[in-house]
Design a protein around this ligand. Sequence first.
Ligand code: GLA
Length: 408
Amino acid sequence: MQRRRFLMGMAAAPLLWHANDARALDNGLALTPPMGWNSWNCFRAEIDEEKILSIAEAMVSSGMKDAGYEYVILDDGWQTAERDSGGRIQPNSVKFPGGMNALSDSIHALGLKFGIYSSPSYTSCEGLMGSRGHEQRDADDFAAWGVDYLKYDWCKFEGSEAECRAAFELMRDCLAKTGRPIVYSAHDKCTEGSESGGLPWIREVANLHRVSPDIKDDWNRMLECIDAGVELYEFAGPGYWNDPDMLEVGSFGKDLTERFTRRGYRAMTLNEYRTHFSLWCIASAPLIAGNDLRCMPPDIAAILTNPGAVAINQDPLGAQGRPVKTRDGVQLWFKPKSGERSCAALAVNRGDETASFSLDLEALLLGPGRYAARDVWTGETFALDAEGLALNGIEPHGCVLLSIEPAE
Ligand code: GLA
């Protein structure tokens, strides 16, 4: 039924992909999925001025900035557990002796943007200061610090779903009142498991919304995160994106504490990182790296900065790609792009044996004709027509990501 509705919509006109009428947050931001780096996966709460500045510099020198990454985002751990005597949220002065304005100026001087973290609760997940009861004061301070992106994280919010919604709406309005353009990233866990799942209302409130559990550097957990947003594809588009959490590409198991390794979690391989990135690209997910950019090996940089993969993610139509077919353990994803009869396709081998997949125009919801398919990871180009295209030898947990354009 779901698939039938999907096919009918596509056959009529690709733009019907956005079947939902609720408007996305109209702040003119995040017209394509935000790209940047966040401190949590790499450092947890152990962040400081020196680390963040060296990461920002590495974002430029590694080629990440040129590839499109722009936000440097402090996650939990930048703030103290108490407000100052004037009731203001304050940075931990041991970790950030220069203060937030100096840090923000240095990030901006590199041509990058500055992001910060807070919570609609009294405290953050780390037990540090949240914004509850001080929303406008905090939003004003964030704006005065030159903040360009706020991650607003549900942590420890006590209250009903309606109160939770009101808390996220309140911060949206406070940010708007500052007059500064600030991308608003919401993690509204208070509606988790509820019938609405936070949608569609959250798309009028925030530019992105976490739809998954916390990601880990582990193949199965990564799949759990991307799968969590699959059915929400029709809500995504310019101004609002479903967020399956930050990238683990190049984490090398850094976030796998013993609690997780005991449960069988293990760091992803290079092949799995490539598939992880391909999934985030075709699903129009925010591309927020979480690895240590200061010591990023070339093969990891080659994944995160692949121009073909990033272009698929940043396509201005803003459709969220989704799986359309699974055969022999290979899942085929399809994403329409802005050019006429132009799309992206991703074949993911979720199984443990090498597999093949035969791609056909019908599976890709493409009309008859001749197409050129470019494999963004190998650079090879293939002809695709009514005969179809055989994708052979897809390694276990590997993938083929294709950018497809009409050949005429
Ligand atoms: C939650 C979020 C994470 C991170 C931590 C910080 O777990 O889901 O992304 O922000 O809080 O404490």
